[in-house]
Design a protein around this ligand. Structure first.
Ligand SMILES: C[S@@+](CC[C@H](N)C(=O)[O-])C[C@H]1O[C@@H](n2cnc3c(N)ncnc32)[C@H](O)[C@@H]1O
Length: 412
């Protein structure tokens, strides 16, 4: 109750209630985060902070030795805003990766570390300067509480139809998976009830738990002949005989009869088929800095030097529920808000995104300056407004003062 009231006062729940996909708050993110600390209503945080490279971007990217001290209070405040079931992803490169990893361990706890993902954002590699042609950066992923985190580290988009080479008479694609559990940890001692004979006919393919004409008895065995167990219980085999097939295969010791599951490319039920995400993400899967610049150019112009591709953020969004509240408090050109709108359109989700950026003046002489933008916040707003017009979902922009003091709205 108190939390709801707090949320309403901050105007945050208001955006959620009326279903606006994108909200922008201009202000120093430390002030903004502290203004809604304690409300615990953000499910996913993605940030791409300044990497401290000293490069001449539209925004300041030189925090010297104070970078960790700049980040620490912001990450502490971010943790307060994150739901117990939530997760945070932070982009970083080699300049600050080692210090950030230690800082994240301090703030979120090493037990809540989920992954350090290598993201290949520059496929050709940096050609400037001496040394290696660096072609990747990182994403550090931490749970607020690993035991309660709802993050599903898989994606529907990495499922490759080529992995399902077989086709049923009605045109559905599938592959054969051994019904036998190939993990040696599971055996008749550790999983006693899954060791039983099944009956199969390699001519018709039929499988059953009781003998029938033409059937041979099949025991689950490992490749070396030692006893194994099935992955399915007897009742499940009886329930789904059409998803099983008996075949002759060539084993180590010649031909033998075995049972396989027909693993369908398109599964029935909610969510569809997903595949576990690996920890190396390629530019051809998630986009690159070049494709990100092109995306930005198409919607507002080439006004920011180092945007992230929406494909990268969309992959993060797909690991969390489709009604997640997302926060990006180093929003820059507004990629996260753009990705949220695109993903909502793609999968019918109702995600909402709060983007925060300071009103720092753009660097004189930068593309942003030449295009007539006074502040980075002006760029964020311009993109999110264009996203609302071209993709949908609406947009509301507030300055921190207005955001923090917005009066509660009546619930319809
Ligand atoms: C690397 S850029 C983010 C780029 C963004 N991911 C994109 O795709 O466009 C970092 C951003 O953080 C902003 N920023 C830096 N310090 C900030 C602070 N204290 N509060 C709010 N924004 C800040 C900068 O203005 C810059 O836009």
């Amino acid at each position: 109750m108190l939390r709801n009231l707090l949320n309403q006062r901050r105007g945050y729940a208001y955006s959620r209630r009326v279903g606006v996909w994108n909200t922008f708050v201009e202000g120093d993110n430390l002030d903004v985060l502290r203004s809604f600390a304690g409300s615990e209503t953000v499910d996913l945080i993605y940030i791409d902070p300044p990497y401290n490279t000293g490069n001449a971007f539209a925004y300041r990217d030189d925090h010297g030795g104070d970078w960790v001290e700049m980040m620490r209070p912001r990450l502490l405040a971010a943790r307060e805003v994150l739901a117990e079931t939530g997760a945070i992803f932070v982009s970083i490169d080699d300049n600050e990766q080692a210090r950030l990893r230690l800082l994240m361990d301090q703030v979120f706890g090493p037990a809540n570390f989920l992954a350090q993902i290598v993201v290949n954002l520059n496929a050709k590699g940096r050609q400037l300067g001496k040394g290696f042609a660096t072609s990747h950066e990182y994403l550090l992923a931490y749970a607020r509480d690993v035991r309660r985190c709802v993050l599903d580290a898989s994606s529907p988009e990495t499922v490759d139809p080529a992995d399902f080479p077989l086709e049923s008479p009605d045109g559905r694609r599938y592959r054969h998976l051994p019904l036998r559990n190939t993990n040696k940890k599971f055996n008749p001692v550790t999983a006693r009830t899954l060791h039983f004979p099944v009956y199969g006919d390699p001519v018709s393919g039929r499988v059953a738990t009781t003998p029938f004409d033409g059937a041979v008895e099949i025991e689950p065995v490992f490749g070396d002949g030692r006893p194994a167990v099935w992955r399915w219980s007897a009742p499940l085999i009886e329930q789904r005989p059409d998803d099983l097939v008996c075949r002759v295969i060539k084993g180590r010791d010649g031909e033998r009869v075995d049972v396989f599951q027909k693993d369908w490319l398109h599964r029935d039920g909610p969510g569809g088929r997903r595949k576990k995400l690996r920890t190396i993400w390629l530019a051809e899967e998630v986009g690159s800095t070049d494709t990100a610049v092109a995306e930005l150019k198409a919607i507002v112009g080439h006004v920011f030097e180092s945007p992230k591709p929406t494909g990268l953020v969309r992959r993060l969004l797909q690991t969390m529920p489709a009604d997640a509240v997302v926060l990006d408090f180093f929003a820059g050109s507004g990629t996260t808000g753009h990705a949220v709108a695109l993903q909502n359109v793609a999968d019918g989700g109702t995600r909402r995104c709060i983007s925060v950026n300071s009103g720092e003046a753009v660097r004189p002489g930068s593309n942003a300056d030449l295009a007539g933008y006074a502040t980075v916040a002006d760029i964020t707003r311009a993109r999110l407004r264009a996203v609302a017009e071209t993709v949908g979902g609406g947009f509301e922009a507030q300055a921190l003062a207005a955001f923090a003091s917005q009066p509660p709205k009546e619930t319809p």
